[in-house]
Design a protein around this ligand. Structure first.
Ligand SMILES: O=C(O)CCC(=O)C(=O)O
Ligand SMILES: [Fe+2]
Length: 318
């Protein structure tokens, strides 16, 4: 497996401060170059992350494999992704909005004889925090694009919805290589994604030149990245970067990725003003759900593999 060279220094955006022109320009650069940045003072307490980590472990990931499959791909709820789908080390649980409580409840009901309401309550709280943050981040990203886009095009994002993927990476003891892929290279099918990673680290982004760079964990910061839907909507001005997770230590790694997406029926087409005067469209208009289906059917059991990106699906020769 190719090694990463260095950690990158992404801008850290303070959500509690008014937007300054210098923070807007550094964010704008980060969204175009890397498609990644950090946020701090986001209003989500350390305690909430800690609780989510321990409740997810106790109520989901520590259950026997055959019990977890009660919420697996061939179950009615189909919210649990077992090991060996994304990678041998990866397992996850999906919790969908807008009713995060009920989504978590149906999973726990499938898994446990006595569903745990504390777990569902905490997920409701986390889901509503992520929804709030996704809305402000979308607004900030539109501001970064200039020309009052946050006023002109805010309504395009009014019907966005979010879902959460809670991920447990198991330790890779007994594996000969020192580094293994916990989650292979992919781009996200979202407008924006907000990632919490614990102190173990391992998240990497691929530069435009194809080099892997570490996104080191930093306490109390969250990682934000641009997804394919935003890349297409912005006519390629904002970058949905390939990223992956590498595991280098024989310990568990915990992360949560929140995906903020357009509604299924939305036709994604960059507004003329976003495309610009030359009117060179990088993508044909497409319906959001058709792209989701394309990705699912191209994966054939893999997992959001790259090569099946929005460029391959709707990119126009240019
Ligand atoms: O586990 C992580 O840190 C990132 C996960 C991720 O990229 C994803 O679920 O799309
Ligand atoms: Fe991702």
């Amino acid at each position: 497996m190719s090694k990463s060279k260095t950690a990158i220094k992404l801008p850290i955006f303070d959500m509690s401060q008014p937007l300054s022109s210098s923070s807007l320009s550094s964010l704008s650069l980060a969204c175009r170059e890397w498609g990644f940045f950090h946020i701090i003072n986001h209003g989500v307490s350390k305690d909430l992350f800690k609780k989510l980590k321990s409740l997810s472990r106790n109520h989901i990931f520590d259950l026997p494999a055959e019990v977890k499959l009660k919420a697996g791909p061939s179950s009615a709820v189909n919210t649990y992704t077992p090991h060996f789908i994304a990678s041998p080390f990866f397992e996850s649980l999906r919790v969908s909005g807008p009713d995060f409580f009920n989504s978590a409840k149906s999973s726990t009901e499938a898994l446990l004889d006595q569903p745990n309401s504390e777990f569902c309550e905490i997920l409701k709280e986390y889901g509503s925090n992520m929804t709030r943050l996704s809305r402000s981040i979308t607004d900030i990203i539109l501001k970064c694009m200039g020309n009052d886009f946050e006023v002109k095009f805010k309504s395009e994002f009014d019907n966005c919805h979010g879902y959460l993927r809670i991920i447990n990476y198991s330790p890779h003891q007994g594996v000969a290589e020192k580094r293994v892929e916990g989650l292979g290279m992919h781009t996200d099918m979202s407008c924006v994604t907000i990632v919490y990673q614990d102190e173990v680290g391992g998240l990497q982004v691929r530069s435009k030149e194809g080099e892997w760079m570490d996104i080191n964990p930093c306490e109390e910061t969250l990682v934000v990245n641009i997804g394919d839907l935003m890349q297409a909507w912005s006519n390629g001005k904002l970058r949905s970067s390939e990223h992956r997770v590498v595991l280098t230590q024989p310990v568990n790694r915990f992360s949560m990725a929140f995906f903020w997406c357009f509604e299924d029926e939305k036709e994604i087409s960059a507004p003329n003003e976003v495309v610009g005067e030359e009117n060179l469209r990088a993508y044909r208009p497409f319906v959001c759900a058709d792209y989701m289906r394309f990705r699912q059917s191209s994966e054939k059991g893999k997992f959001e593999k790259v090569g099946f990106t929005v460029k391959g699906f709707a990119g126009l020769e240019g």
